[in-house]
Each structure stands twice: as structure tokens, then as C-alpha cells.
Design a protein around this ligand. Structure first.
Ligand code: NI
Length: 253
């Protein structure tokens, strides 16, 4: 079995043909973590997971534009209390699109970190153009928090620091891109026992479909790229990353 540790297959992009995408999940032996990222779609992700007997998470993305942080955090807390979710996230920091409100993002992130400790859930971390700030924040809670650096785009050196702190590094479509040097260094330099694979669909489509919509069944292209980079068989990558996913998400099968 393959485990796509980061899927948004519940998104509107798939409304016209989701049934076919789901068929391909079964054909390719792929399971998914459906990752929510705002108050509206946390429930949508959950419902799809229930329907398919798969898994979901709930969180508030740093990019989400809502007025009232406290009201959204209160909704998230209530949701986690009343629904079985396997992780808190995605959450984190994104300083890519200007203008952004750094203070606001930091507060939203830190409140979710505290919530993950309270509910003993792994975190799914989104970090874009904010590598140092994300690291500093998680370092502050070292030993109390754990989880996944999703679609990791930082340096190998920083990845090693995360692994020392018990984190998993998740790699996606960019691993298959010709010009993506750093993800390949990370794939080669981090032991397979701390690596995961994901799609982040509908985004970041791997080769040979780059430029088109991504979907979770394509996660095996990421597995193949990882196998080539690590000189392993795709079966070994498939099995080990699957077991890693069960472990970090505390899934008992
Ligand atoms: Ni995502």
C-alpha cells in the first residue's frame, strides 16, 4: 500500500470526477490523509475520510483569510473534541504572498501548537519562505510536539535538525522535477525511516503530469523518484513510508 500523507481530494477541483480519482486510489492501492485547512473544509475532509474508510486532519492554514482568529480557533477546538481526527493541520507560516501579517500568523500557529499538545495530536506543518521562523517556533516546543514537515522545501541541514527533534520529512511532486536540487539532497541525506511521501493534490503535480491537476493516485510517481534517488526498490519505499505514516499518525490497522 502507498500512503499519500497529504491529500486535498475533497476540494472543489475534484467535484466533476472525484469518483474516478477514488477508483484510481483503489487501483493503485493508495490510502490518504485528507488534510483540512479551514473551518469550512475540515468537515468536508472528515466526511470524505469516513466515506472511504480513510483518515483526516483538521487545522487552520496561515493563508486563510478570516477576520476572527479566536472564533476560528474555538471552532477548531470544538471540532477536534467531537470528531476523530488523526492530526492537527495543516498549520504553520507562509511569508510568500505579500502582504502578510506575520504577528497574526505566528499567533495562529502557536495556538494550534498548544492545541496539538493538549489533544496529543501530531502536527502537519506548512512552511513557505519561513524556514527559520518555523524552526524557531517548533524548537521552542521541542519534546512536546511531533509530526510532519509537509512538502518540505528547506535545506538538508535544517531537515537533519528536525529529524533530531523527532520530526518526519514529507516529500512530494518536486522530487520528480529536473531542477529541484534541494529536495533530492534531502531525499538522499535523510534516512528512509524519517521520510514520508505525499501529493498535496491538486497542487505540485509530479512528472510526467507536471502542469496538469494532481491527484492522490500519483503518489507512486513520488515513491518511484525516491526509490531511484535512494537506490532502493519501489516496493521497499512503498512499505517503509506506509509504516512511517501509520506510526506518525498513530493509526492502528
Ligand atoms: Ni496542503
Amino acid at each position: 500500500m502507498f500512503f499519500d500523507t497529504h491529500s486535498h481530494l475533497f476540494e472543489e477541483d475534484f467535484d466533476i470526477d472525484r469518483i474516478n480519482c477514488i477508483k484510481r486510489l483503489y487501483e493503485t492501492n493508495t490510502k490518504c490523509m485528507f488534510v483540512g485547512f479551514n473551518t469550512n473544509n475540515n468537515i468536508v475532509a472528515y466526511n470524505l475520510a469516513q466515506e472511504l474508510n480513510m483518515y483526516s486532519s483538521a487545522g487552520l492554514h496561515p493563508d486563510t483569510q478570516f477576520e476572527d482568529i479566536d472564533a476560528n480557533l474555538a471552532s477548531l477546538r470544538e471540532f477536534i473534541k467531537t470528531h476523530k481526527v488523526y492530526a492537527l493541520g495543516e498549520c504553520g507560516l507562509d511569508f510568500h504572498w505579500e502582504p502578510f501579517d506575520k504577528e497574526r500568523q505566528m499567533r495562529l500557529f502557536e495556538e494550534q501548537i498548544k492545541m496539538s499538545i493538549e489533544f496529543n495530536l501530531p502536527l502537519i506543518i506548512h512552511s513557505r519562505d519561513a524556514h527559520q521562523e518555523t524552526f524557531d517556533m517548533l524548537k521552542k516546543y521541542e519534546g512536546q510536539v511531533y509530526g510532519i514537515m509537509h512538502c518540505y522545501s528547506g535545506s538538508l541541514e535544517l531537515a537533519r535538525e528536525y529529524v533530531k527533534m523527532g520530526w518526519y520529512i514529507s516529500l512530494g511532486g518536486p522530487l520528480t522535477f529536473k531542477n529541484a536540487k534541494e529536495p533530492k539532497r534531502v531525499a538522499q541525506g535523510i534516512d528512509i525511516s524519517h521520510l514520508l511521501i505525499e501529493t498535496d493534490c491538486p497542487f505540485l503535480t509530479p512528472e510526467p503530469f507536471r502542469g496538469k491537476r494532481n491527484e492522490s493516485s500519483y503518489v507512486h510517481y513520488v515513491a518511484l523518484a525516491l526509490a531511484n534517488l535512494k537506490n532502493m526498490t519501489i516496493e521497499d519505499v512503498e512499505n517503509i513510508t506506509y509504516q512511517n505514516a501509520l506510526k506518525v499518525y498513530n493509526i492502528k490497522e
